[in-house]
Ligand binder design. Sequence first.
Ligand code: PGA
Length: 252
Amino acid sequence: MSRTPFIAGNWKMYKTQADAEMFISGLLPQVSSSEGVDVAICVPFTDLQAMVDSTRGSRVQVFAQNMHHAAEGAFTGEVSAPMLTELDVHGVVLGHSERRQFFGETDRELALKVPAALAAGLVPILCVGETESEREAGETERKLRHQVQEGLEQVPRERLAEVVVAYEPIWAIGTGKVATPDQAQEACAFVRALVAGIDADAAQAVRVQYGGSVKPDNAAELLALPDVDGALVGGAALDPGSFAKIVEAARA
Ligand code: PGA
């Protein structure tokens, strides 16, 4: 089964609309001929409308970085799936480790968010990954099993293949300390095996991204790994030139 590589840039809490417009006018000409690669930018809520407008007709999709599982309600400060789809947003990052660490996001909550995103027509990127001390304690697989199984628990089987899972070892995020190819391959293959535990066909179709200090100079090696179908890129996605180089590496 050949899976289309998927490169997503996670801007986190960077870029005003003016910054975003500058970025996208730099990026679009550089990725216009990147056939065979899906490309997304995951942007702050306040940039969504502008980026949807500026990328219309291009190959770049626009994702949000979080959403509430309910369609509406008394949840001050939250944004729902219908609010995102109304803007023509394509998908949403769910359960990024920064949301888990700093904003108390739980696997229980993600079990509701992933199916809610799919039901609304959004592509969810479910983020999973272990801390450094969990890896050192030999707990990586236990952690991934828990996060993947709970995050996918309420996804209807026939929609499972549409979920993207991003394996992001927390010790590699924003640290410049990238996983070795062996570590990345082993963990991404394990994530796929966990999906296979639910549905073998879906596991062949599901895209598993690696994230954590992906840069233009290490992208090609990571993206060539058999179970790595793309990358979730933080720091290197803030500059159109370096992000375009990572997109290019996925074409090889
Ligand atoms: P990084 O971030 O590429 O800056 O390590 C990755 C992420 O947080 O998704």
